[in-house]
Design a protein around this ligand. Structure first.
Ligand SMILES: Cc1cc2nc3c(=O)[nH]c(=O)nc-3n(C[C@H](O)[C@H](O)[C@H](O)COP(=O)(O)OP(=O)(O)OC[C@H]3O[C@@H](n4cnc5c(N)ncnc54)[C@H](O)[C@@H]3O)c2cc1C
Length: 438
């Protein structure tokens, strides 16, 4: 007979969405239990990017100063090379946040930091090696989860279960929520390769010979991601390691002197890229957020940011009701309503990026940068606009009732002024049109 534990909010999954939500709810006085199936956060590479908007949340939580003591690299701009043409893609120097950079920090450091800060709240409970395997149901709603633990099976009952268990979500499947899958033409191979101090700086994407290579600076090595045609890893393996090393050296010639570090396919991990979205993110007693609600492609490196933004919106909308143990049924749809638009916009941008990659795979020879790209990167201010799009994203969330940075307040003033200007323009033009028609 499984033992039973009771909590107010049971969060399944200790990734960016789950740990951030656990922290925020505990901070608001909600009794919260976070379940993570692994025994620690130290796992394979799953993205390292802490965006300016996430750093701004750290500021609002008064954690920023401490957080920036965790070792990280600062990515102040993103550059790319197409064929031999080098250009800046995004510049973060004017984003309206305190930190004008993306912090490149191993995800396990980020999760350790946040979960350690959450432990200061008595009502925060993190259970490692707890794997949720099914849902508990009663009186037409979800009432908890069944968990496999080192001490055997357990049942955890809760007022609300939040699925933050990522793109292969067990909870989402158990709840049988309908999902829309979007086709993706690419997969990614992740591996590490040495970095030298004289390597090109703030360089991210290298595109040539029908492939794209992303390089994330991790101090003495690069976390590298090679974008390949979907399901072509077996072909690459069959061609052999020597050919793989040659491919890397051709795309980024400055890596030629260290490709010998790659000698075993065990060093190279395949990420089968997915892009999907739940049609409905909730059922009575259950909410899905982060990749569990919408698996993101690594294009743009925004999945972590989006998962965290979902967590902030969820805490803002549900914390009071959960603390007072009120019914949250009505509120769950507000979370989806608030977060679905930014998700749709971001996924649409990623789907467009996939089309560019699909085009790229058609030409396996040397690439020449198209004139459209050369013209686009010369548009004044475009790199700052891109910096804002990548660094802040669509509809950034804020910690409810927290201090706002003056930079953000100014940003809001500008937005309101622009909206009023556009509204005034529409009224004047409409008025003239009506007068002329009369
Ligand atoms: C190889 C790779 C590279 C990526 N690169 C980037 C990047 O550079 N930048 C970026 O922003 N995004 C990147 N992404 C996407 C990003 O990792 C995700 O969008 C983001 O992590 C989603 O956060 P999440 O908390 O929703 O889910 P996840 O990070 O997937 O976390 C889910 C957690 O739930 C746990 N879990 C799963 N099932 C259970 C269960 N049944 N019971 C208990 N625990 C469970 C998992 O162990 C995991 O810790 C990358 C993804 C991958 C796979």
């Amino acid at each position: 007979m499984a033992s039973t534990h009771q909590t107010t909010c049971c969060i399944v999954g200790g990734g960016p969405a789950g740990v951030m939500l656990g922290y925020l709810l505990a901070r608001k006085g909600v009794r919260v239990t976070v379940l993570e199936k692994h025994k620690d956060f130290f796992r394979d590479f799953r993205g390292d990017t802490v965006h300016p908007s996430t750093l701004e949340l750290m500021y609002e939580l008064e954690l920023l100063e401490e957080f920036l003591h965790v070792p990280h690299q600062k990515l102040r701009s993103i550059s790319g090379v197409v064929g031999g043409f080098r250009f800046k893609v995004a510049d973060f120097s004017r984003v309206p946040t305190h930190c004008k950079f993306v912090a490149l920090m191993p995800q396990w450091d980020f999760l350790n930091f946040l979960s350690e800060r959450a432990q200061q709240f008595d009502n925060f409970d993190l259970q490692m090696e707890y794997e949720a395997t099914d849902l508990l149901r009663g009186r037409g709603r979800i009432t908890g989860v069944v968990v496999q633990t080192p001490d055997g099976p357990k049942e955890i009952t809760a007022d609300l279960v939040v699925a933050c268990d990522g793109r292969h979500s067990t909870i989402r499947k158990a709840a049988d929520l309908p999902m829309t899958e979007f086709g993706v033409p690419m997969d990614v191979l992740w591996f590490r390769i040495g970095r030298h101090n004289d390597d090109p700086e703030q360089l991210f994407g290298n595109i040539n010979y029908g492939r794209a290579l992303v390089l994330i600076d991790r101090g003495d090595y690069f976390q590298a991601g090679l974008i390949i045609r979907k399901d072509s890893f077996e072909e690459i393996k069959t061609a052999g390691m020597e050919s793989f090393r040659g491919m890397i050296a051709r795309i980024a010639p400055y890596l030629a002197d260290r490709v010998h570090e790659l000698h075993d396919w065990e060093q190279i991990k395949l990420l089968s890229v997915k892009l999907n979205r739940l049609e409905q993110w909730h059922r009575p007693g259950l909410l899905c957020i982060g990749d569990a609600a919408h698996a993101m492609s690594p294009a743009g490196g925004v999945g972590i940011n989006l998962a965290i933004q979902d967590a902030v919106a969820t805490a803002n909308l549900l914390a009071d009701a959960l603390r007072e143990r009120r019914n949250t049924e009505e509120l769950l749809q507000f979370v989806q309503r608030r977060r679905e638009f930014p998700t749709r916009m971001t996924q649409a941008a990623q789907a467009n990026a996939h089309k560019v990659f699909a085009q790229l795979f058609r030409n396996s020879g040397p690439v020449r940068a198209p004139w459209q790209l050369k013209a686009a990167v010369r548009i004044p201010g475009i790199t700052h606009v891109m910096g804002r799009v990548v660094g802040i994203g669509v509809r950034p969330e804020h910690i409810k009732k927290a201090r706002r940075s003056p930079a953000y307040r100014n940003g809001r003033v500008v937005k309101i002024a622009l909206a009023l200007g556009v509204a005034a323009g529409v009224v004047i033009v409409g008025h003239r049109f009506v007068r002329r028609a009369a």
